[in-house]
Design a protein around this ligand. Sequence first.
Ligand SMILES: O=C(O)c1ccccc1NCC(=O)[C@H](O)[C@H](O)COP(=O)(O)O
Length: 210
Amino acid sequence: MSTRIKFCGITRPQDARLAVDLGIEAIGLVFTRRSQRFIGISQAREIRRMLPPFMMAVALFMDDDPGWIEEVIAGVQPDLLQFHGAEPGSFASSFSRRYVKAVPMASVDDAVAYVGLHPAASGFLLDSHALGALGGTGETFDWRRAPRLGRSTILAGGLTADNVAQAIALVRPYAVDVSSGIETAPGIKDPARMRRFVEAVRNADAAIGK
Ligand SMILES: O=C(O)c1ccccc1NCC(=O)[C@H](O)[C@H](O)COP(=O)(O)O
């Protein structure tokens, strides 16, 4: 089973188009207003419409107001929600949509216990940031701390074309998630880096017989 790929923090149609052409599985749209990668509903809807069947639009939130989350769901129709804050499981599952919970690895000692707080989550995005801090920083964490969660493991935080092979070999994640490692500036993706990242993941899979 090949390693799935998600490009997070997409803000421009041309970047979404290349993501489609590269055959990756998902793009992330950031709806938390504090982010430099924030995207509004009308732009997000335009990008959402460009996605072919079986490619996901993931809506990212961080301790956002439930009214805003409902507005995004109604306006964009994301396939999956992704929560990066201190949202309890009851809150995350109250939108009747599948969701992924980010695990703030800088603040979490026992990732397995943290995961247990979200029994309804479809997956867990292991990210480098601390609880309450913004993601998309380009920082890595010690991959040896990654819990073994099988198909629920999404590895994130500081991945690039240069280090993703090592990360895949060590963690064997279901999917990898990248944002700043394929950018020239926050929210501005770089076509060459996007291509190199996908190539590096494909080569890493081949090297471990995946
Ligand atoms: O991207 C943001 O600005 C952001 C803001 C608040 C919470 C999460 C955010 N991003 C999450 C991601 O883009 C990724 O899931 C992940 O953190 C990877 O980022 P990077 O280290 O830049 O590859």
